[in-house]
Design a protein around this ligand. Structure first.
Ligand code: AHM
Ligand code: MG
Length: 347
């Protein structure tokens, strides 16, 4: 993205809402339902942001004392974020079914008065929440599907669609500024929250990720339980080779949205592979891998589970996990080659 395009976009003060309405007019026939859905999500994001900005002063730190469906300790902010998004989607009426990382079952909304929404929203309301207490960036991730025509009533089965069926996906990063980045399958655009007016403003139009990068993000503490091909790839990235700009740098925040956002903008590779503790990887297919996979592909990148495209996986359960290799396409391609044993550290 050219800096001059960015500056021009900011000068025009195009709000997220206006941007979506403009786009919608380009794509008739449209009922405006998708625009309203994104607006509802953005309102919830603003509310979560406002809780987060006061964390440390108000009582949102720490755990609820419960364990979520993943067996992870639930943070108070996880629950608060989940409640804000569910409430916004219920109120908005465009969503018929929610799947949330913080809730064991899919949540149907059709029983709500007057609700006849056509969209399914799957989300991780607050990713990386264990980082909040130490003031590290966290994020929200969402994935949007249509209720299939043959499912008049929203059910878990209707939600189990492969990522290629997504009609929208996005994330919010609560970082040094708060940004919402989304795609509806026509490129990727980023909006920065202007706290003075409480609006997301188009600040990063048409985001493209670099073809290659020299940063990789992985929890290297798990190195001993990585498969051999991955060990070779990591050692290869650490090797001295000025011609190919090696060694690369490791950057790992431990907050997927933040690591993903940096790599998207600067080029790089995010890896969460199978490990001994998590034989299918740790990240969730439906809440984390598919939406960020859709975004990275729309920005010119790639998302693989090690031997194929994440978005083509047919999910069998709402909370299922997948290994993740996503980012600059040249780096994802190399990862797959190392995993197939076609390359070794000596290449
Ligand atoms: P969460 O959804 O429960 O917050 O867990 C997902 C997080 C990601 O944000 C992050 O990339 C990963 O877990 C870090 O895991 P690890 O501490 O094993 O490296
Ligand atoms: Mg989470």
């Amino acid at each position: 993205m050219k800096e001059s395009h960015r500056r021009e976009a900011i000068r025009q003060t195009l709000t997220l809402e206006q941007f979506i309405i403009d786009r919608q007019e380009d794509l008739p026939p449209s009922t405006g339902a998708f625009s309203r859905l994104i607006r509802d999500l953005s309102v919830a994001a603003k509310k979560v942001n406002s809780h987060m900005r006061r964390a440390g002063i108000v009582d949102v730190f720490g755990t609820t004392g419960d364990v979520n469906v993943q067996g992870e300790v639930q943070q108070k902010m996880d629950l608060l974020a989940h409640q804000e998004f569910v409430q916004a989607l219920k109120r908005g009426g465009e969503c018929c079914l929610i799947g949330s990382e913080e809730h064991a079952e899919a949540i149907p909304l059709r029983n709500e008065v007057g609700a006849d929404g056509k969209y399914i929203v799957l989300m991780d309301p607050l990713d990386g929440s264990s980082n909040i207490e130490v003031n590290v960036s966290v994020g929200t991730i969402f994935s949007i599907y249509r209720l299939p025509d043959d499912h008049e009533e929203p059910s878990l089965k209707a939600a189990l669609q492969p990522g290629v069926n997504q009609v929208g996906a996005g994330y919010v990063v609560y970082g040094s500024s708060t940004m919402l980045v989304y795609t509806s399958g026509f490129g990727v655009n980023g909006f920065t929250l202007d706290p003075a007016i409480g609006e997301f403003i188009l600040s990063h139009p048409n985001i493209r990720t670099p073809e290659n990068g020299r940063m990789y993000s992985v929890n290297e503490g798990n190195y001993n339980s990585f498969e051999t091909g991955l060990k070779h790839y990591i050692k290869w990235m650490q090797k001295d080779d000025p011609e190919s700009n090696r060694p690369y740098s490791t950057r790992y925040i431990g907050s997927f949205v933040a690591d993903f956002h940096r790599n998207l903008m600067k080029g790089g590779l995010y890896i969460y592979p199978a490990t001994e503790a998590n034989p299918n990887g740790k990240l969730r297919l439906m809440y984390e891998a598919n939406p960020l996979g859709f975004i990275v592909e729309q920005a010119g990148g790639a998302a693989s589970h090690g031997s194929g495209r994440i978005m083509e996986v047919q999910p069998e359960a709402l909370h299922e996990r997948t290994p993740v290799f996503m980012g600059s396409p040249a780096m994802v391609d190399l990862a797959e080659r190392f995993l197939r044993g076609e390359m070794t550290v000596n290449d």
